[in-house]
Design a protein around this ligand. Sequence first.
Ligand SMILES: Nc1ncnc2c1ncn2[C@@H]1O[C@H](COP(=O)(O)OP(=O)(O)O)[C@@H](O)[C@H]1O
Ligand SMILES: [Mg+2]
Length: 1007
Amino acid sequence: MAELEGPEFGKADFVLLDEVTMEQFLENLRLRFSQGRIYTYIGEVVVAVNPYRALALYGPPAVERYRGRELYERPPHLFALADAAYKAMKRRAKDTCIVISGESGAGKTEASKYIMQYIAAITNPSQRAEVERVKAVLLQSNCVLEAFGNARTNRNDNSSRFGKYMDINFDFKGDPTGGHIHNYLLEKSRIIQQQPGERNFHVFYQLLLGAPPAVLAALHLSPDPGAYRCTQEGAQGSACGDEAAGYRAVEEAMAVIGFSPEERDSVRRVLGAILHLGNIKFTAEGETAAVEDMAQVAALAELTATAPDSLRQALLTRTVAAGGGELIEKGHSPKEAAYARDACAKAIYERLFCWIVGRINAGIATRGYDARLHGKSTVIGVLDIYGFEIFDTNSFEQFCINYCNEKLQQLFIELILRQEQAEYQREGITWQSIEYFSNEPIVELVEQPHRGILALLDEACLAAGTVTDPLFLASMDARLGRHPHYTSRKLCPTDKTMEFNRDFRIKHYAGDVTYSVEGFLDKNKDTLFQDFKRLLYNSTDPVLRAMWPDGEQSVTEVTKRPLTTGTLFKNSIVALVENLASKEPYYVRCIKPNDQKSPTLFDEERCRHQVSYLGLLENVRVRRAGFAYRQPYDRFLLRYKMTCEYTWPNHLMATDREATQALLEQHGFQDDVAYGHTKVFIRTPRTLFCLEQERTQLIPIIVLLLQKAWRGALARRRCRYLRAAYAIMAWYRRQKVKTHVRELLRRFQGVRALPDLGKGLAWPEPPAVLARFQNASQRLFCRWRARQIIKNIPPSEMGQIRAKVAAMEALGALRKDWGCQRSWAGDYLSLPSENPGLALPFARRLQALKDKVHFGSVLFSCHVRKINHFGKSRDRAILVTDQHLYKLDPRQQYRVMRALPLSTVTGLSVTSCPAQLVVFHTQSRADVAVCLHKTRPTGDNRVGELVGVLLEHCRATKRELQVRVSDCIQLSLRGRRRLLTVETRPDAAAPDFGKSRDGFVLYWPGR
Ligand SMILES: Nc1ncnc2c1ncn2[C@@H]1O[C@H](COP(=O)(O)OP(=O)(O)O)[C@@H](O)[C@H]1O
Ligand SMILES: [Mg+2]
């Protein structure tokens, strides 16, 4: 849990002081400073003391210690604050801002860098390339902006001479997707003039002392800051670190940000041009000025890529529109020329700086962000703006800077002190009001329309005739003399710290500052002759040209008077404060422990002063009396309702307030909270932390629950789909079945009346499910048809039909012609038409046989040609009764030659050709081979009949009879195997047998 510091380090939060007095506050601050504990909280505000030495507080292990932790879980740190701002943004999708304030050299810029570093370190765990690029540009932009915008002052070796507000955009996952830098009022007067002991912007020294000789030679520069008016003052005294390293770092950073090599060349040329321009001197030539050293003009023309003549012209004259479209060239006096030259140098540098900021912004602009796709974009703003400044001589810049600090202090008071108290009152929380100093009158003194100092200054600038700085002072004395925060020598003649006609003093919240009005008018007007703008717009260097879009205007064009510097600054600061006020603010209050940049000295007086004007004691008091956290009931419940059974998933109480109360009481937090009209107030962050922790533990369970419910819903839906699909399929199938059945009915309805009983009807193609049904129906139908046919056949015919069926089954497919179409008579020998003359003897023989063996019926009789085992063939007759197969001799009144019981006949062989050959196979292997002949009509086809009746007889007597169809029949005669083949002979009159190589052959007449 919380990693608390021991008592030897003092109190980590000023709220814990025993008594809220300045003495205790300073004692705690001093103790912590001496122990290297430079950060202390007041609630969520971080008070930071500049250690003036490197502390091991910022490395990756430190980042890990603070990542995702709550504010008070670890010792106070900027990282904790940055994490809190980041968490607020991520958890509640709120825009946040971190406002860093404090006087010059108190450590604001360093703090902002650590905050950026921390945010960069904890974001983009998936290492997305675009996010890494944005982070790199954000971090590298510091290096470039410091080179161009920071300078050594008497208070701070690396003092920011411009204000910076940086927005970092985050996607819904909390990864930085881009950013934007706003810069405020660069102190451009520093280009020309520095206070004793101070330096120009770092970049000039880096160029002169750090650039390779070749680069300098190309710019016609010598590596000696003392040689240039702009850098002369800073040339003495200690250098700021290793300029060469600085030069390389800036070059690298510019490359990372995306400056092209050509752009970097242009930037160096512009810097060189400023140095050369500063050195140009003018002499009087009669009324007008002349350039002392034309070689310098040539170098300048080269660096700015302008025509030397136009350049000289712009330096020495100005073009004035004289009405009626006429233009007059007016020569400068040497003094005017020098003023114009300085204005030009300052303007060039300012535009260069703004162009660089613009380029950086282009590099970090959020690309391809679509809120619908990527979710809401949130912002963390970091404000590092020049701190409150009191110099020996304070001019217009200090005036602006201090005004800006007043505005920020006002915002702080507004948010931390007044709003807080106002909210308690609004919510009906018992509250003891706390006195605090409000700086509103001072802000009013400066910015009030028509009456404030800025308004008076604008008025003086606009006035016709020559208004001088002292006249402006007089007008202030006259109009602001009564203001409690304004004074001057005239109003207070005894005060010798101010000069007559030069100084005025404002009682700022942070202390009294005496300003010298000298240069106020000039700096506010900020005149730059059009001739320079046109000159530089016409430069062939595209970068330089891009900085001067307003040079495009023609001289005769009547232009609106540009807004003054003061008004522009005021507008930008008002916009800034509005922007900050719309975000959730986090504060870092920086304190400078001494003016000697000493890591050990704790200057109690200086610190007391800062603590008091920063209003830190009031802050502690409000904080102690107040509540760390508040939230409307509904939102509070939304976030924590899962931690309590009464509120999860939804409470049943009358109001959200009651539900909140129930929730907090269940956790035992009732003593640490207060209930407002619409919000719940929680005094200590620890309570909130406990709630957060419980919530974090429950979230995975809730996620599981949601997943479960959702998966169930998905499965149910899929199931419904399936069921529906099956229902549709079933209906469809049923429909198909119905249509099929209907179609069957339609086709077969009148089938009885059809002559072929529907044999020729086509069956409709059945659906797959009905395939078996169709088969069965077809079988049924066949049977029905058969029945219809059979039922009309007289019983006397049935024998014949059965025999035909039997024959068909045995021969149908194997023998082409088997006499189906004929009427089968069976006992042909009894027919007089078949057997004229011999029918009678046959009938007698038949009767004799019947008397002897009592057979039932004659199955078949016919004349045959037979062959014996010697190969001898004879005419005979066969008679098949239901008991025997007889071989008869027709020439001896059909005397029985051989009688074979039918039960010994095992099979029959016939041919597939039309030959009337029949072989009876017997058990005793004494087969009988005969060829039916002497039929009427001749060649009557009777083999089928013989096979049919025998098969039918065997079926009736339940015996087996094999029927073989072959044109090469195997037979056994007296036990010997022989082959019998058929040979068709066109010339044979009647069929007859002959011998062949391995058996016998039947010669069959026909083709
Ligand atoms: N946290 C710190 N650790 C070490 N040195 C610091 C720290 N903060 C400030 N300093 C020192 O103080 C100097 C001034 O700080 P800076 O941030 O530039 O002041 P400001 O921006 O408020 O004018 C820095 O150059 C650095 O030497
Ligand atoms: Mg700074």
